[in-house]
Every structure is written in structure tokens, then in C-alpha cells.
Ligand binder design. Structure first.
Ligand SMILES: Cc1cc2nc3c(=O)[nH]c(=O)nc-3n(C[C@H](O)[C@H](O)[C@H](O)COP(=O)(O)OP(=O)(O)OC[C@H]3O[C@@H](n4cnc5c(N)ncnc54)[C@H](O)[C@@H]3O)c2cc1C
Ligand SMILES: *[C@@H]1O[C@H](CO)[C@@H](O)[C@H](O)[C@H]1NC(C)=O
Ligand SMILES: *[C@@H]1O[C@H](CO)[C@@H](O)[C@H](O)[C@H]1NC(C)=O
Ligand SMILES: *[C@@H]1O[C@H](CO)[C@@H](O)[C@H](O)[C@H]1NC(C)=O
Length: 517
């Protein structure tokens, strides 16, 4: 555990009254900035004498660590990462289960590299830090089931893979002809895809929900197509079609923790530090932690998840302007839940994946075998995935109830096998976790490009970055990486220049053709 002790800031002014005065001053100044319509005052370098740090980086996930590295590389060392958990990595989160390290959060490098084309930066870090991964053939190594047991519906599955590609192609003209966005469900219907039975619905789930953590009905047709294209479609600037599953027993997080170790000094990290309030303005940002400590910075970068921003876990002072609140409220936080079981031995399939078509769409559909020669042979571990509303549903149940449901599904899938009691059972509750409030963001059809600009835009000296602020790669590790890099560069410009313009925003997102009756 490289960073396992809590860090105390020695530079915090002892006088509480001073801190209060300072916060008061900031709020007053913020009001002035508001009145001036957010033009950012010229860099107020006098303020630096009173702030504890030049930059406060709120959150130590991929975006926070990469922003920190960007500052470091440009000679800005006076920053601190403030992280609520006891380690860096954020949604790269592993745990010990059944004697093995398994991933509760991110697990794949999604899109790798094709010939000399652009490399996924996560792949680059994975190679650099020798994180063990394996190609996961999730379209080609699959066994299919329904409530009667094993049933081969790979023809239906393959048709659904093609239907998804067709969906992303048919979204092209929506963009080139400036047509309004629709839901991906609308897109499927218009391209002639209407899944009616359990097999077709499970196949569609695998190709859509299992990636976006929400239903086609809840997702933007254009944005989900872009999101796929920019990562997986080489013709559209994507990396490759391949997915590498991390099986490193240090955890997938090793790539970011090892990278952090190369440049971070322990004094630049504060762990087990939960931020409760963020007071922001055009001249600086002050945060107050759960334990009452207060830290100020000339600038702050908030990398908390969209789910955290949507809840009142962190209070902003003054409250965020309408355009920011509208953007935060309008993007969606999806949930992706892996349910792990360990058995005395593998009684299931020899393929990497299993797909189960329940009469109810989204009910324990996708199964991944870790007890496979490519992954963790002999481990006896298999896991199921549920997403979206179904994840929220099971988070409200007890572990015992969920275990009984999942075993019921295995009894249906393997009617001729006496399924033994699992040795171990576990699933994480991302949606209920106040440090995440879900797994990753998904772009709904009522979310416009201006909304996305507003989600990314800074408020005076308070900046934002994370997977959700990535227009091309929302939901992915590489989205968080590129956003951390970009905002790090913006911060460098601000700090080294004389004041900064920051990122653009729209005060109001208008209808191009207003409603009327
Ligand atoms: C189940 C799951 C599966 C996924 N699978 C993949 C995958 O296979 N491939 C892929 O590319 N991506 C995947 N993702 C998405 C990927 O994990 C994220 O896009 C990425 O990790 C987000 O990084 P971030 O820096 O934006 O946010 P985070 O990692 O969330 O970093 C923010 C940090 O802020 C901290 N924090 C939050 N609130 C506070 C507070 N009040 N005070 C102090 N600290 C706080 C959090 O602890 C966290 O460490 C998955 C995510 C999940 C959850
Ligand atoms: C489905 O596609 C895979 C390739 O991804 C192929 O190997 C398999 O034969 C196809 N099966 C059917 C039934 O079409
Ligand atoms: C996605 O990629 C396909 C194939 O390259 C392309 O035809 C389509 O226009 C792209 N979709 C969008 C929304 O850009
Ligand atoms: C299960 O057993 C029954 C009765 O012996 C048999 O008809 C059926 O084919 C078996 N199913 C599988 C999947 O082996």
C-alpha cells in the first residue's frame, strides 16, 4: 500500500476565524463575478500568498492522476490530490474473492491499436507497467441459453451484432443532415429491428445495454453511435475492435497506481479525505472535508463522478449556476453490476461467455467465465452482469435474495446439472455508494451538444473533468484519461498565463425550433 496513510496538511492556517473570513470574501467575490456574467478577472496572483496550494485535485481516479501528471510535467508541483478512499484508482477497483483478485469496476482495455494508428492511452500504460491482460473474444466465444436450458440461438445473436453496426451507420445522416437526435430504440425501429422474443431481446441487450449500462430507449442514437465509432471503428478514428480483459493479480488499477508512483510525492496526496463543501469563485476555491479541515487553492479540479454531482453528497457554495445544474441533471449515470460466484469446480460452459435469455429482458443475461484457460483457470469463478434499472433493483435487495435469484437462473440454464452451493458470493453496490452513485455516464436523447459543453466548462477557477465530460469517450477509462490531460493543459495555461478564458459554455440551451401548438 504505497499511500495508505492519511496525510495532514501542515500549511493550513490555524485560526478558524481566518478561514471563515476567507470563505466569506470568496463568496462576495463570486457574487461580483456572477454579476459580470462570468468574465474571469485577470489572474489575481496576490491570492496565491494566502492559498494553501496552487491546485486542489478533487478525486484520485484516472482523470485526477492524469491531470496531476500533466501539471507535474509542466513544472507545477504545488498541487494536492484529495481522495475519499484509501487508495488511488477510483472506479478501477479490485478486491480479493475466492482467493483471486477480481475487478469490481473497470475490467477491459476497450479498443487497442490497429497497425500504426492511434493507441488507446490505457493500452500504452498497461504495457508500460506490465499489467497482465488477455484478449476477450466476447462476440466469438459464446454459449447461449434460455429458461429451458442450453439453446443455440447464435444466428439470432449474430444478426443482432450486425443490427448494432447498422444502427451506428444509420446515425451518420442524422449528423450530416442536421436531423434531430432520437433514441437508439427509435433508431433500431427505423432500421427494421424489432426484437420480439426472449432470444432477440437478450442478443440486443448484449450488444447495447451491456455496453451503455442503459436501455436503447434511454440512450441517444447519435451519441451512442459516436461513442462506439470513436473507440472501436478504425475508419472513424477508433483504436480497434478488440477488448483486453485485465487479469493481473495486482488489480487492473496497477497501471494508474504505478504511473502515479513515478511522479507523485506522498505529500501531494491526501487519502481518506471526503470533501463535503466546495466554495468557488473567480479567484480561488476552498474545500471543507468531512472532518472539518479546510484547504484552499488558487484553482480546483473536480473529478467526482456525474452521480456524485447529481446528488447532494458535495455542496457547492454558491450553488452552481442554472446552466451547470441543467447539464449535470440532464446527463445520465448508468449502473453496471457484476455478481460474482465461486463454485468448487466449473460445471458451466467452455466458451468465454454465456448469454441467458430470460423471459424478462435484462434479468441476469450476461455470464463471464473466469475459470477459463485464458483467464483464471481452476478458480471456480463465474460472474453475471446486470445494468441500469435492474442494477438499482438488486441493490435494494439483500445479498441472500439476489443469490437465490442468480442460483435460480443457473438451475434453468443447467437443468441436468446438480448446481452446488456457491463457496462464495459477492456483488458491489455502485449506485448506492456516495463516492460514485452509479458506474459510468450515458448520454440520453434530450442532451444537446451545448449541454455537454456546459458539463465540461469551468466556473471561474473551478474546473471539471472525468469520463462524463468526454464527448467522444464518455463511460470509458480513456475518456477519463483524455479529459484529465486536457484540463491539466488548460490549468497550465491559466497558471502560467495572465488569467484564463477557460472552457466555453452556453447560458441557455435553446430550441432551434420552439415548441408551439
Ligand atoms: C462496474 C464498472 C465497469 C466498468 N468497465 C469499464 C471497462 O471495462 N473499460 C473502461 O474503459 N471503462 C470501464 N468503466 C468506466 C471507468 O471505470 C471510468 O470511466 C473511469 O474509471 C472514471 O474515472 P474518473 O477519474 O472520471 O472518475 P473516478 O474513478 O470516479 O474518480 C473520482 C474519484 O473521486 C473520489 N470521490 C468521489 N467523491 C468524493 C468526495 N466527496 N470526496 C473525496 N473524494 C471523492 C472517488 O473515490 C474517485 O476515486 C467501468 C466502470 C464501472 C463502475
Ligand atoms: C456467428 O458469428 C461467428 C463469428 O463472430 C461465427 O464464428 C459463427 O459461425 C456465427 N454463427 C452463426 C450461427 O451464424
Ligand atoms: C459510425 O461509423 C460508420 C461506419 O464507419 C459511419 O458510416 C457512420 O456515419 C458513423 N456514425 C456517426 C454517428 O458518426
Ligand atoms: C437433459 O436430460 C434430458 C433427459 O435425460 C435430455 O432429454 C436432455 O437432452 C438433457 N439436456 C441437456 C442440455 O443435456
Amino acid at each position: 500500500m504505497p499511500y495508505s496513510r492519511a496525510w495532514h496538511i501542515s500549511a493550513i492556517p490555524a485560526s478558524f476565524a481566518m478561514v471563515l473570513l476567507q470563505a466569506h470574501f470568496l463568496i462576495l467575490l463570486a457574487a461580483v463575478v456572477f454579476a459580470r456574467g462570468f468574465s474571469i478577472p485577470q489572474a489575481d496572483h496576490q491570492h496565491r500568498d494566502t492559498a494553501d496550494k496552487t491546485v486542489l485535485i478533487l478525486g484520485g481516479g484516472v482523470a485526477g492522476v492524469i491531470a496531476a501528471r500533466t501539471l507535474h510535467e509542466r513544472g507545477i508541483k504545488d498541487f494536492i490530490i484529495i481522495e475519499g478512499r484509501n487508495e488511488l484508482g477510483g472506479r478501477l477497483r479490485s478486491t480479493s474473492f475466492g482467493g483471486k483478485t477480481v475487478e469490481l469496476g473497470a475490467n477491459w482495455v476497450q479498443g487497442t491499436q490497429t497497425d500504426g494508428g492511434p493507441a488507446n492511452p490505457i493500452l500504452t500504460l498497461v504495457k508500460k507497467h506490465k499489467v497482465q491482460t488477455q484478449f476477450n473474444d466476447y462476440f466469438g466465444s459464446l454459449t447461449t441459453y434460455d429458461k429451458t436450458g442450453p439453446v443455440d440461438f447464435l444466428d439470432v445473436f449474430n444478426a443482432s451484432v450486425d443490427a448494432f453496426t447498422e444502427l451506428t451507420v444509420a446515425a451518420g445522416p442524422r449528423v450530416s443532415k442536421s436531423l434531430v437526435d432520437l433514441t437508439s430504440r427509435g433508431g433500431y425501429t427505423l432500421t427494421g429491428v424489432r426484437p420480439r422474443d426472449a432470444h432477440a431481446k437478450a442478443a440486443e441487450y448484449f450488444n447495447f445495454d451491456w455496453e451503455y449500462a442503459q436501455k436503447p430507449d434511454q440512450s441517444s442514437w447519435v451519441a451512442s453511435s459516436w461513442n462506439n465509432n470513436f473507440t472501436y471503428d478504425v475508419d472513424q478514428g477508433g483504436f480497434s475492435e478488440d477488448n483486453l480483459l485485465a487479469i493481473d493479480q495486482r488489480g487492473f488499477k496497477a497501471f494508474i497506481q504505478e504511473e502515479a508512483k513515478e511522479f507523485l510525492d506522498p505529500s501531494q496526496i491526501m487519502l481518506n479525505a471526503i470533501v463535503k463543501t466546495v466554495s468557488w469563485s473567480g479567484v480561488g476555491v476552498t474545500v471543507v472535508l468531512e472532518d472539518g479541515r479546510s484547504i484552499s487553492g488558487d484553482y480546483a479540479l473536480c473529478t467526482f463522478s456525474l452521480g456524485v454531482l447529481q446528488n447532494d453528497d458535495v455542496v457547492f457554495k454558491p450553488s452552481l449556476p442554472d446552466w451547470k445544474q441543467e447539464a449535470i441533471a440532464s446527463m445520465t449515470m448508468g449502473t453496471y453490476t457484476k455478481i460474482f460466484l465461486q463454485f468448487p469446480e466449473n460445471f458451466w460452459f467452455d466458451t468465454e461467455m454465456g448469454l441467458y435469455a430470460d423471459p424478462e429482458r435484462g434479468r441476469y443475461p450476461v455470464w463471464q467465465s473466469l475459470d477459463h484457460e485464458s483467464f483464471l483457470p481452476g478458480s471456480g469463478i463465474i460472474f453475471a452482469t446486470v445494468t441500469g434499472d435492474y442494477s438499482e433493483r438488486i441493490e435494494a435487495l439483500s445479498d441472500t435474495q439476489v443469490k437465490a435469484e442468480v442460483l435460480g437462473v443457473l438451475y434453468s440454464m443447467f437443468p441436468n446439472v446438480t448446481v452446488p452451493d456457491p463457496l462464495d458470493f459477492m456483488f458491489p453496490r455502485w449506485f448506492s455508494d456516495p463516492l460514485y452513485r452509479g458506474s459510468y455516464s450515458n448520454w440520453p436523447p434530450s442532451f444537446f451538444r451545448e449541454h455537454h459543453d456546459n458539463l465540461r466548462a469551468n466556473l471561474g477557477r473551478l474546473f471539471f473533468a472525468g469520463e462524463a465530460t468526454s464527448q467522444k469517450y464518455f463511460g470509458f477509462l480513456h475518456g477519463a484519461y483524455f479529459e484529465g490531460l486536457n484540463v491539466g493543459q488548460e490549468l497550465v495555461k491559466c497558471i502560467k498565463g495572465k488569467g484564463c478564458v477557460g472552457l466555453k459554455h452556453s447560458k441557455e440551451v435553446k430550441n432551434t425550433s420552439p415548441y408551439g401548438i
